[in-house]
Design a protein. Structure first.
Length: 366
C-alpha cells in the first residue's frame, strides 16, 4: 500500500518503522510504500526550539536532522549556555539536547565546569535566569570587603568587590566574605580584682582592622572572637598588677598596656589593633561611699590648710607693718590720724591736739 504523508510549513515529520527512525520529513508531500502498515509518522513543530522526545538519543544519533537542528551532548564535567534569538535562555546541565535552528537563531556555549568559577562577560544576565540558582553558587562581595575562595579545602583566590559565580557539584566549594573596614570590639562587664583586693567592673573598647584576610580565616575559626578572648586575659593581667588609686589616675596607661599586650596575638590572627581604650570603671556601692568620704575629708583638709595659710600671711603683713611704723614716727602719726578718722565717723568726738600725740588723747576720751 502507498501512503501519502503531508508535512505543513513549520513542521517536521519523524517516520518510524518498528522502533527505528528511517526519515525526517521536511514540509511537503511524501509517499511511502507501506504494505504491512508498519510506518508511524510523528509530527513535531520546530517553532518550539527544544525537541522533546522519549527516543531523543536515537533521533540525535541518526544524523537525519542535518542543519535543521543543533545537537548538544554534555559530559559530566561540562555545562552549556544556551542563547535563543540573541537572548539568554537557560543553563544546560550534563545530558543530551536537540534544538531546532530552522525557526530560531541558536547559539550554544559549552564550558568546562572543572574550572569551578564561571567567568563570562554577560554574567549578570546569566544569573537572572530561573535555573541559575540550581546550577550556580553566587557570591556578592561589597565594597570594603574581600571574598576568599576555597576548593576542596585548598585556598584558590582572594576576590575583590564584585559578583562571582561558581558551578555546583564539581567539588567542595567554600566562600568566605571578610570585612576590611575598621571595627570595634566591645569588652564589657569584666569583673576584675585589683592588686589591693578591690573588685571592680570594667568596660573596654578595642578598635581593629583585618589586614590579612586569609590568615584571619585559616588561623582560627573566628578571628574577632579570638581577639576578644585575648583582650579579656590581657585586661585581667594588667588590672591585677595595679592598685585602685593607680588605676583611677592612669586609665590611659592601662589602655596603652592593653594594646601592647594583645598586639602580637592580633598580628597572628591577621588583625591590626588601631586603638584601645577604657570606657568605664565601675566601683561597688560600699567602695563608692568610702571613696566619697575620703574625698570629703581631703577637701576639708585642703580648705583648712588654705585658711591657715591666709591667717599666717595676714599676721606676717601686720608684723611687717608694725616694724615700719615703729621705725618712722611720721608714718605713725599718719596712721593715728587714719584710725581717728574711722572712729569719728561713728561718734560725736571733740579732738584736742597736744604734745603727747593723738593716741593718748583718744584713749582718754574713750
Amino acid at each position: 500500500m502507498l501512503r501519502r504523508m503531508k508535512i505543513n510549513a513549520h513542521e517536521r515529520g519523524l517516520v518510524w518503522r518498528e522502533g527505528e527512525l528511517i526519515a525526517v520529513l521536511r514540509p511537503g508531500v511524501h509517499w511511502y510504500l507501506d504494505p504491512l502498515l508498519k510506518l508511524e509518522v510523528q509530527i513535531v513543530s520546530p517553532r518550539d526550539p527544544w525537541l522533546v522526545h522519549k527516543d531523543l538519543d536515537l533521533i540525535a544519533k541518526s544524523g537525519m536532522l542535518g542543519n535543521d537542528a543543533v545537537i548538544v551532548d554534555l559530559r559530566d564535567f561540562e555545562r552549556a549556555l544556551d542563547w535563543i534569538d540573541g537572548r539568554f535562555a537557560r543553563i544546560l546541565k550534563p545530558g543530551l539536547y536537540v534544538l531546532w535552528t530552522t525557526e530560531h537563531v541558536i547559539r550554544v556555549e559549552t564550558l568546562d565546569a572543572r574550572a569551578m568559577q564561571l567567568v563570562h562577560g554577560e554574567l549578570s544576565v546569566i544569573l537572572r535566569s530561573p535555573d541559575a540558582s540550581t546550577m550556580l553558587e553566587t557570591l556578592n562581595v561589597e565594597p570594603g570587603h574581600v571574598g576568599l575562595w576555597f576548593r576542596d579545602g585548598v585556598y584558590e583566590a582572594t576576590l575583590a568587590p564584585g559578583t562571582y559565580a561558581f558551578w555546583k557539584n564539581v567539588g567542595k566549594l567554600k566562600l568566605v566574605v571578610v570585612e576590611l573596614r575598621e571595627l570595634v570590639l566591645d569588652i564589657s562587664g569584666q569583673e576584675i580584682m585589683t592588686a589591693d583586693k578591690v573588685t571592680l567592673r570594667l568596660n573596654a573598647l578595642i578598635t581593629y582592622r583585618i589586614t590579612d584576610a586569609l590568615r584571619s580565616v585559616t588561623e582560627t575559626d573566628g578571628a574577632p572572637q579570638a581577639l576578644y578572648r585575648t583582650a579579656q586575659l590581657a585586661l585581667r593581667e594588667a588590672v591585677g598588677a595595679r592598685d585602685l588609686d593607680t588605676l583611677l589616675v592612669s586609665k590611659e596607661a592601662l589602655a596603652t598596656e592593653l594594646a601592647e599586650r594583645i598586639g602580637p596575638r592580633a598580628t597572628e590572627l591577621g588583625i591590626t589593633v588601631v586603638a584601645a581604650g577604657i570606657r568605664d570603671i565601675i566601683l561597688p556601692g560600699d567602695m563608692k561611699d568610702l571613696m566619697n568620704k575620703v574625698m570629703e575629708a581631703k577637701k576639708a583638709a585642703e580648705a583648712s590648710l588654705i585658711t591657715r595659710r591666709e591667717e599666717t600671711a595676714a599676721m606676717r603683713m601686720q608684723s611687717n607693718t608694725a616694724k615700719i611704723l615703729e621705725s618712722s614716727p611720721t608714718l605713725m602719726k599718719l596712721r593715728e590720724l587714719e584710725v581717728l578718722e574711722k572712729v569719728a565717723k561713728n561718734a560725736n568726738l571733740t579732738v584736742v591736739l597736744g604734745e603727747d600725740g593723738l593716741a593718748n588723747r583718744v584713749v582718754k576720751m574713750l
